[in-house]
Design a protein around this ligand. Structure first.
Ligand SMILES: *Cc1c(COP(=O)(O)O)cnc(C)c1O
Length: 340
């Protein structure tokens, strides 16, 4: 595997830290002990408060510039972390940025509609417009790209979540980084767990870990689709990513595992488990998760630890994909105690 042949622009503060979660590990351990929990801090990638999309944008933005683009277009849910990181990357590179936000939750309160990620999209100078839930967002982006081309601009369209074989290279790179870090620390990683949505993170990670022959299994905790659909999406993108890398056929169905039992009522809709997980990490580790992705991912990890899914002598790495800015879009979800 030769990643260096793909154009890349440095946007993130890399490598991100890989740290033990000692208080959380103790807190969750049963009488027979429990797995040692670690956290890979991709919430600390630096760009506009960080997150997993920054790694994908290092490759996507490089391709945009190579194609002579002067404008980028992308889409996401109202509180999209991907949209926010794209807006910041475009600002840094001097490109215009158009963001289409899909109303996937139906929430109309000011915090959700205007604060958190939306506030930052606008602060970074992006043009924001809205579409109803269920809109064909890929078609909406193409229509906008057509208008911009007719007006003499050169738009580059980034799919939702930055999830295509170019964006997924960011997580192939993360797999390299993680395996090197573990080797340096003398850490045997037994499992990687993270929240999976548009599939690029898991597809890139799995492809990289398989290409390295690392034997480290990845478990994606779904935040939207049912399990069959999520696994099929990840596998299809992992296959295309491997092909893009010049390693066709290395990823097989057994490498792709998702658990979609923690979605609750739907994408972006809070669950009790998410609220408990966000509060627990804030109180036990001083770490901020997010309500849409990492909070549900951690809710899954906590539940699976309780069910004995991991052996007490195993090292489990939770990949923190970022998104804490989204907390400001959900101020009512957390039922905080009154002030003294
Ligand atoms: C986008 C996102 C994810 C999911 O990553 P995908 O590559 O879309 O599967 C997880 N966590 C956060 C905070 C995100 O913004």
């Amino acid at each position: 595997m030769n990643l260096a042949r793909f154009p890349r622009i440095r946007l993130g503060h890399l490598p991100t830290p890989l740290e033990p979660m000692e208080r959380l590990s103790r807190h969750l351990a049963g009488p027979g002990g429990g797995p040692k929990l670690w956290i890979k801090r991709d919430d600390c990638t630096g760009l506009a408060t960080g997150g997993n999309k920054t790694r994908k944008l290092e490759y996507l933005m490089a391709e945009a510039l190579a194609q002579g683009a002067d404008t980028v277009i992308t889409q996401g849910a109202t509180q999209s972390n991907h949209a926010r990181q794209t807006a910041a990357a475009a600002a840094k590179l001097g490109l215009l940025c158009h963001i289409l936000l899909e109303d996937r939750t139906g929430y109309t309160d000011a915090a959700y509609a205007q604060s958190g990620n939306v506030l930052l999209d606008k602060l970074h100078g992006a043009t924001v417009s809205r579409r109803p839930g269920g809109a064909d967002m890929a078609a909406e982006m193409e229509a906008l790209a057509g208008e911009l081309r007719a007006a003499g601009r050169k738009p580059y369209v980034i799919p939702g979540g930055g999830s295509n074989p170019v964006g997924a290279l960011g997580y192939v790179n993360a797999a390299l980084e993680l395996v090197n870090q573990a080797a340096e620390m003398g850490l045997r990683i037994d499992h990687v767990v993270h929240a999976t949505g548009s599939a690029g993170t898991q597809a890139g990670l799995v492809t990289g870990l398989v290409a390295l022959n690392s034997n480290i299994p990845v478990l994606g905790i779904g935040v939207r689709a049912p399990r069959d659909k999520q696994e099929a999406n990840v596998l299809a993108l992992a296959e295309r990513t491997a092909e893009h890398l010049g390693l066709p056929g290395i990823v097989r169905a057994e490498h792709v595992v998702a658990n979609c039992d923690y979605v609750g009522q739907g994408y972006g809709i809070p669950t009790e488990g998410m609220v408990r997980a966000v509060r627990l990490l804030a109180e036990q580790e001083g770490i901020l998760l997010d309500p849409v992705y990492s909070g549900k991912g951690m809710a899954g990890l906590i539940d699976l630890v309780g069910k004995g899914r991991f052996r007490p002598d195993e090292n489990v790495v939770f990949l923190h994909t970022g998104g804490a800015v989204g907390l400001f879009g959900y101020p009512d979800a957390f039922g905080l105690p009154p002030e003294a």
